[in-house]
Design a protein around this ligand. Structure first.
Ligand code: NAD
Ligand code: GLY
Length: 353
């Protein structure tokens, strides 16, 4: 086992994010040190199960941990109340109590949904994130946002529930399909635009050897934001850069456009609009579109500004006739603006292509 970095997230009940290789085979050792004499409930999806479930179950067994598991069909379309209810039923049928815990083994879909189950079952039991996608390692496994989608919109039912530990085993990325690797890079580029400097440069001159360092830098940045604003009263809204249009695109596509692809398009729309409407202090859209394209990510959408606007009305970032949007003014400096839907319409018109 090689531990490359450990980042502590100092929220009320702080936790470590451990980044390294061969962590999965040591899952049991980490957990037996944290939770004595307690049952583990592993939640995973139908793809991740084939690759990693046995490794985790073996490791738990070797450490004397009593474990059960639940597998749901992979995909954002299953991040819904029906799968969530099946998870709750499995927990109660197996006599899961408040002294037991959940392990979320998979990408952001698994982590968000298993975390939501952990945050609500018996008013909250502990959970551990074992992210297996780039997106989940750099973003969704850290910070405690847990939710499921409604057909009316993304992540509309959820809680803040922080994990007790995050284990990022970068070996798992060897089986991740290219399409989902790109998705994660969209969130990496988003973070690079927010913090600028070395991280944005590492995106522009990408070398796969730097991936563990990139994951660490993203987690470090996100941990700082979450520590200062755990429940998104202010600064944490910055992490939604590109997400207003992204969530609208996901909804218009009935969740067939993957989240990271939608974030790439949403970030491109707001970058173009920022240049064209004079929000940016220096032109930024060429650099942003160029780095997103270098990862093979899309920068435009087939949906019209009117369709996006309609979908954005159900966004949980909206309050009355206003919605918060993150404006990139330059690489390394973005601002939060509360705007009304007429201005959002102007932004979509200006940035769509
Ligand atoms: P995902 O969980 O659907 O995983 C993508 C695909 O890769 C799935 O088919 C999955 O089965 C497969 N997969 C996962 N790991 C694999 C591996 N190692 N090898 C082979 N296949 C593997 O999608 P995602 O991109 O990880 O996450 C997207 C979700 O994350 C969205 O629902 C989004 O809303 C959410 N999200 C949440 C936060 C947050 O803060 N909570 C932040 C960003 C995104
Ligand atoms: N991914 C946005 C957040 O965690 O706040």
């Amino acid at each position: 086992m090689i531990v490359e970095d450990t980042i502590h997230v100092s929220v009320r009940e702080g936790y470590d994010v451990i980044i390294g290789k061969d962590l999965l085979v040591n899952t049991g050792k980490y957990l037996s040190a944290m939770f004595q004499e307690r049952k583990a409930f592993v939640i995973t999806d139908s793809n991740v199960k084939d690759h990693y479930l046995n490794t985790v179950l073996e490791s738990l067994k070797d450490s004397g941990i009593d474990a059960r598991f639940f597998v749901f069909p992979a995909g954002e379309g299953n991040k819904n109340l029906s799968t969530y209810e099946s998870i709750l039923n499995m927990l109660s049928e197996n006599h899961c109590t408040r002294s037991d815990y959940i392990l979320a083994l998979g990408g952001g879909v698994c982590g968000d949904m298993a975390g939501f189950a952990a945050g609500t079952y018996m008013r909250g039991i502990p959970f551990v994130q074992i992210p297996t996608t780039v997106l989940a390692m750099v973003d969704s496994s850290v910070g405690g946002k847990c939710a499921v989608d409604l057909c009316q919109g993304k992540n509309l039912v959820g809680v803040f529930h922080q994990p007790s530990l995050v284990l990022c085993d970068t070996n798992t990325l060897s089986t991740l399909p290219q399409k989902y690797f790109k998705d994660g890079m969209a969130e990496v580029v988003k973070t690079g635009i927010l913090c600028g400097g070395e991280l944005f440069d590492l995106c522009c001159n990408f070398d796969i050897e730097n991936l563990p360092k990139i994951i660490s830098m993203c987690v470090e940045y996100k941990a700082g934001v979450v520590e200062r604003d755990e429940t998104e009263q202010g600064e944490r809204k910055l992490l939604n850069l590109g997400h207003t249009a992204a969530h609208a695109i996901e909804r218009c596509s009935q969740y067939t456009v993957p989240h990271g692809h939608a974030v790439a398009i949403g970030t491109s729309i707001i970058a173009r609009a920022s240049d064209r409407l004079g929000f940016s202090s220096t032109p930024i859209s060429d650099d942003i579109l160029s780095v997103l394209s270098s990862f093979g990510l899309p920068t435009s959408t087939e949906y019209s500004p009117e369709e996006l606007l309609l979908a954005s009305r159900m966004d949980k970032k909206s309050q009355g006739n206003e919605i918060s949007v993150i404006i990139p003014e330059k690489i390394g400096h973005c601002v939060i603006r509360s705007i009304d839907f007429d201005v959002l319409s102007t932004i979509y018109e200006a940035g769509i292509s």
